[in-house]
Design a protein around this ligand. Structure first.
Ligand SMILES: [Zn+2]
Length: 464
């Protein structure tokens, strides 16, 4: 009996040993293909330089969809589907401005002799403009919502300046972003509730430059939809300093408004499974980006990495057992309608999805894979760590997902994963004019695709 158990366990070891070896050879092939013949960087150049910023509803977004369809076909998709969805169509409408105005003599609210200083601002996405007349009011500084509540009787008729800073002690910058995000998201309506005329939000960043960072805000219908801008960090510090000395008025001019909803599309490239075609693996990023940036890291990187997995599998003649869907989602930034549509249709058609993965954290050096699933699935995920770690993702962590795959994951209750690249520089450029192709490193971008492809290969081969 003892001998039998010994034999059995050595067989198991021999078997796993063999398959680990075959897998490490395959993953090396995938890596070599992407690092030697990859199109990921060229594809990003085309998307960002030929098309540029591509907010939902814009002509650039339509161009990006056509580009995505073509590149998916060229990369070898069995078929490419454009899945239509209704998307909001917000436009900036003009050049956002903020400055310290000049006053006539005798005005009591003196501006400390600082006249016509310009502040670098950008209107928050989905915000309503002030028009050319602008809003000129005294600024009320609050560092957080607690302070807003304490000062609520002073808010009426003023411009509220939320100077909430990124917490520098968090190693994962996404944590700081998550905390500060509420000021951009609900700050305008919370200030409007007490009669504020406009809002300035400290940019959600810890960058050393002065570029303001936009991003979606969410008005509550019960309060006035007041103009709202993000301000660059140096100007935020300057404004904070001046407000310590005394009262200050600022003029804000923004022009945002909504056009009628438009039709956007998720671009879906598919490789049909050879053994289990009805078992679907989804991997993707979002194709839309803010208008004032090229959307290189956010999320051009995730899109071209997604396409690169498809290209590499085809180039290597790898025929997946399961159906793999490579998805460029529509409208993540200011509506999430693409992700919602994808989830709704999968549920309505009773599709069987086994995993959804997203890359939407920048094209930086891959560090970790995040995973959410049952304990059993997590154990299986962990067993692949030694195969993938040599390519960069040396940490396998609990908790993985993404905004776009969220509706699918919740509707079908399936496991989800994310590529977690190094996060130290992401919020330097996120939603700012500095999110351009030049700020993406070719090797780092490619390595992200390598790690994603290796993981998708293992999920396809072994299931979850
Ligand atoms: Zn994004």
């Amino acid at each position: 009996m003892k001998k039998f158990i010994f034999l059995l366990s050595s067989l198991v070891i021999a078997h796993t040993g063999f398959s680990q070896n075959a897998d490490s050879i395959m993953i090396k092939k995938i890596s070599d293909e992407i690092l030697s013949n990859g199109k990921v960087y060229d594809n990003l150049r085309n998307l960002t330089k030929k098309i540029g910023g591509r907010l939902a509803g814009s002509p650039q977004m339509q161009m990006a969809e056509q580009w995505g369809e073509q590149v998916m076909k060229e990369s070898g998709a069995d078929r490419v589907i454009l899945q239509a969805c209704k998307v909001p169509h917000w436009v900036r409408g003009g050049k956002d401005e903020a400055f310290i105005p000049t006053f006539k003599q005798g005005n009591k609210s003196i501006n400390l002799g600082i006249f016509n200083k310009k502040l670098d601002v950008i209107a928050l996405g989905n915000s309503m403009g002030s028009g050319a007349v602008g809003v000129t009011e005294e600024v009320l500084l609050v560092n957080n919502f607690d302070e807003l509540e304490k000062k609520k009787d002073e808010v009426k008729g003023k411009i509220v300046f939320y100077n909430y800073k990124f917490n520098p002690t968090y190693i994962q910058t996404f944590r700081a972003y998550g905390e500060a995000g509420q000021y951009r998201g609900s700050g305008p309506s919370r200030a409007a509730k007490y009669g504020a005329k406009a809002v300035i939000v400290r940019s959600l960043s810890s960058s050393t430059d002065n570029n303001p960072h936009t991003g979606a805000t969410r008005y509550l219908d019960s309060f006035a939809k007041i103009p709202a801008v993000a301000i660059g960090l140096r100007d935020a510090d300057w404004l904070n300093n001046e407000l310590q000395k005394g009262k200050l008025k600022v003029t804000i001019k923004t022009y945002g408004y909504f056009l009628d909803s438009a039709i956007g599309h998720n671009v879906i490239g598919e490789l049909v499974g050879s053994e289990f075609p009805d078992q679907i693996i989804t991997v993707g990023g979002h194709l839309d980006s803010w208008d004032a940036a090229e959307g290189a890291h956010d999320d051009g990187a995730g899109c071209v990495q997604t396409i690169e997995i498809l290209r590499a599998f085809k180039a290597l003649g790898y025929k997946p057992k399961r159906t793999i869907r490579f998805v460029l989602f529509a409208n993540e930034e200011n509506g999430l309608r693409g992700g919602e549509k994808y989830g709704e249709e999968a549920a309505a058609k009773k599709e069987k999805h086994i995993l959804a993965m997203e890359s939407d954290a920048g094209g930086f050096t891959p560090r970790a894979l995040g995973f959410t699933g049952t304990d059993e699935q997590f154990q299986k995920f962990m067993s692949w760590k030694t195969l993938i770690a040599p390519y960069g993702c040396s940490e396998f962590v609990k908790g993985g997902g993404g905004a776009d795959i969220g509706p699918l994951v919740r509707a079908l209750k399936i496991p989800s994963a994310s590529l977690n690249p190094d996060s130290q520089r992401y919020f330097d450029v996120h939603h700012a004019r500095s999110d351009v192709f030049e700020n993406v490193n070719k090797r780092e971008l490619e390595l992200g695709a390598v790690n994603m492809a290796a993981f998708i290969y293992l999920v396809d081969k072994y299931g979850l």
